[in-house]
Design a protein around this ligand. Structure first.
Ligand code: FAD
Length: 290
């Protein structure tokens, strides 16, 4: 079923993002993680493509396994990068033949020195149109950035590009991680001001280690609020990564609770293919299904 139609009013959902296991050896841990996270009764399970998880084949295989063996509604990601309209058409056919109804269309990041994809898949809007042409019945999600995409000149420009992705045929959006809930609600309001009221699902990343904080600060344009950073630094100095994880779990739980209490329909969580921290966050947020 299309993801927006799965949402029940007044019943906040959790959805989860997985990356395909790197190889056969990683499979038992992956399956154990999925098994434990099934307790959350996720609305859907997203499966990344590229971005550390290999190409479309691994993504589709993992999505199909999660769908067939766990009964999850799944959302494989598709990218402009490393694709052309023919390979997208092939993927769409395979997706439909597995009975999958939802995909996330993202541009991906071009390798250094390459600034545009071959054959007209330059932006996610192009991918949305290509998927739509192949199969008008697929439900297509896109990426949204409460802190603006790093290549955008301003938040206004970024939101206008998001609006264009909806205009090109996207049915809903999933956000990049962010730490300040006001940014999410501000983005939703700005979209509504432009007449766009489609579903935007907020994403929360529970911080698990100080190394992850450093990587986030280096890689991602998402600012970490000063108070959170200070708490993480103090925790790291006094108790190492165990204490950092505890601060991260508390912050993520408060963020999740704050989002749903203020009207978000649910929250997308990044378990990084491990179960414990996300289970802890959902428990602390008081959203564990009965
Ligand atoms: P676009 O929508 O094309 O936007 C990229 C930049 O171009 C932005 O600055 C935007 O404002 C601008 N722009 C957009 N449309 C236009 C236009 N028509 N004309 C001019 N400028 C425009 N990456 C992966 O490789 N694999 C994944 O599985 C993956 N999953 C993701 C899931 C989520 C929820 C998110 C938020 C990101 C994901 N990414 C993934 C990362 C994503 O590929 C990168 O952030 C990438 O840099 C941008 O992708 P996009 O789809 O937002 O691109």
């Amino acid at each position: 079923m299309p993801i927006p139609r799965l949402i029940e009013e007044d019943r906040p959902f959790i959805s989860l993002e997985f990356f395909p296991p790197r190889n056969e050896d990683a499979l038992p841990v992956f399956l154990d993680t999925v098994h434990r996270l099934a307790r959350l009764k996720p609305l859907f399970a997203a499966v990344t493509c590229g971005a550390g998880g290999g190409g479309a084949t691994g993504t589709l295989r993992t999505a199909r396994d999660l769908c067939e063996e766990k009964g999850f509604t799944v959302m494989p990601h598709m990218t402009c990068v490393r694709n052309d309209p023919e390979s997208i058409a092939e993927q769409v056919r395979e997706i439909r033949s597995c009975g999958i109804r939802n995909v996330l269309a993202v541009r991906g990041d071009f390798p250094d020195g390459v600034d545009s994809a071959p054959k007209g898949l330059r932006h996610a809007t192009d991918l949305v149109r290509t998927v739509r042409q192949q199969d008008p019945d697929l439900c297509v999600g896109v990426a949204a950035y409460p802190d603006a995409h790093p290549e955008s000149e301003s938040i206004e420009q970024d939101i206008e590009h998001l609006r264009q992705k909806f205009e090109a045929g996207a049915d809903f959006a999933v956000t990049q991680l962010f730490f300040d809930n006001r940014k999410y609600f501000d983005m939703v309001e700005r979209l509504a001001d432009k007449g766009c009221t489609k579903l935007v699902i907020p994403s929360v990343l529970p911080i698990r280690s100080f190394g992850q904080v450093r990587r986030l600060m280096g890689l991602c344009s998402t600012p970490i609020p000063g108070k959170l950073l200070a708490a993480l630094e103090a925790a790291h100095a006094s108790g190492g990564d165990g204490a950092v994880r505890d601060v991260g779990a508390d912050y993520a739980a408060a963020q999740v609770r704050g989002l749903v209490d203020a009207g978000a329909p649910g929250v997308h969580l990044y378990p990084f293919n491990r179960a414990g921290l996300c289970l802890d966050v959902v428990e602390r947020a008081g959203l564990m299904p009965a």
